[in-house]
Ligand binder design. Structure first.
Ligand code: AMP
Ligand code: MG
Length: 348
């Protein structure tokens, strides 16, 4: 299959390009499109056959449900059976934005989308191109991240091309994603709102308007409520070690691990904050990637997946990543880093 890549302006997209994409989606094809979090692989969420293509193309496990993207309340009403007061508050404060709500689904939402669950995950992206595309189709669009399952999520159209070239008809390119991390997934079906996956909207943000908010932390022998969270994710090809703790200890451990890896003739990549980078120059790692300032977690979030993908592009064999403080957006960053490291984490 030939994959077309069409470039549009982020704030003023060419409507003829979006109309072409909308036609493909309406006829049951897949289209990759930008959102503020990461690029999504879209399909008509009411078309089971189209949605099953998403699983095939990504190699996605059959029990990992999809997030449905909407552009307005009328489209949202085609998939949600009942709203509640938490949902109304969340929509008011955080939509459009990186917050996904889990709510009871309507029967017309195919089991392929929800993997047989009676609930559906839904969000309204804060991206002009995504919103205009959804509006043109008039449909809810199921859209997981547009990468091969297990790989770091795509934050540029080129990342999508690397993974899905030849497997889908169209990629809409609107440049880099601003947030760079996936949405927060919030379960609103119980008495207390519960975060199933940390993301762009923090627990602190949510508690300001909802009151108590729980974080689902599945124990080892308990299945996570967001089925997707159990899989190895975001994983680069190299062996990755996450090091967190006080600055001095982290720097000295990364220095030691770099020397060890170089001793074994391995290509080393260091992912660190701008505050630490100066310590690592003299070691001449094969890749020194500055994620951003430790005081600007949004900068770190926006660069994280690009850094992981760069490690693969440069054939890095050992990746040493500096941890960030686990509060606010830092919780979501650490969640992704831990998964990328396959839980190989040193806390000092
Ligand atoms: P992705 O689209 O790959 O970023 O992942 C979607 C995330 O949302 C995964 O962690 C899913 O397990 C989670 N999710 C989707 N639908 C539901 C649902 N109905 N209930 C709970 N979690 C869900
Ligand atoms: Mg994903």
């Amino acid at each position: 299959m030939e994959t077309k890549i069409l470039r549009v302006d982020r704030t003023n997209p060419d409507l003829t390009v979006l109309a072409e994409a909308a036609e493909l989606l309406k006829s049951g094809e897949l289209v990759a499109f930008p959102t503020e979090t990461v690029y999504g692989l879209g399909a008509n969420a009411l078309d089971a056959e189209a949605c099953s293509k998403i699983f095939q193309v990504k190699g996605r496990p059959q029990d990992n449900p999809l997030i449905v993207h909407v552009a307005n309340r009328a489209i949202a009403d085609t998939v949600i059976k009942s709203w509640n007061v938490f949902a109304e508050i969340c929509m008011h404060f955080f939509w459009p934005g990186p917050l996904t709500l889990v709510l009871p689904k309507k029967t017309q939402v195919p089991a392929t989308v929800t993997c047989g669950l009676e609930t559906v995950a839904i969000r309204m992206p804060k991206h002009r191109v995504a919103l205009a595309l959804i509006e043109l189709t008039g449909l809810p669009l199921a859209a997981p991240s547009a990468n091969l399952s297990g790989k770091p999520s795509p934050t540029s159209a080129d990342h999508v091309r690397q993974d899905l070239h030849g497997r889908i008809k169209l990629i809409i390119d609107a440049g880099n994603c601003q947030v760079g991390l996936e949405s927060t997934v919030l379960d609103l079906t119980g008495k207390i709102p519960t975060i199933l996956r940390p993301g762009g909207i923090t627990r602190e943000d949510l508690e300001k308007v909802l009151g108590e908010v729980r974080v689902d932390r599945p124990t080892e022998n308990q299945a996570p409520k967001a089925p997707g969270m159990k899989y190895r994710h975001y994983a680069p090809n190299g062996e990755m070690l996450l090091v967190s703790g006080s600055k001095e200890e982290v720097v000295s451990r990364i220095l030691k691990e770099t020397q060890k890896a170089h001793g074994n003739l391995k290509k080393v990549g260091i992912l660190c904050t701008s505050e630490s980078a100066a310590w690592f120059h003299d070691l001449h790692p094969e890749l020194l990637f500055v994620l951003g300032s430790e005081n600007l977690p949004e900068e770190v979030a926006a660069n994280l997946f690009r850094g992981l993908r760069l490690c693969d592009e440069q054939g890095i064999e050992v990746i040493l990543a500096e941890g960030v403080e686990e509060s606010g957006l830092g919780s979501a960053i650490m969640n992704r880093l831990q998964k990328a490291a396959g839980q190989k984490i040193i806390r000092l």
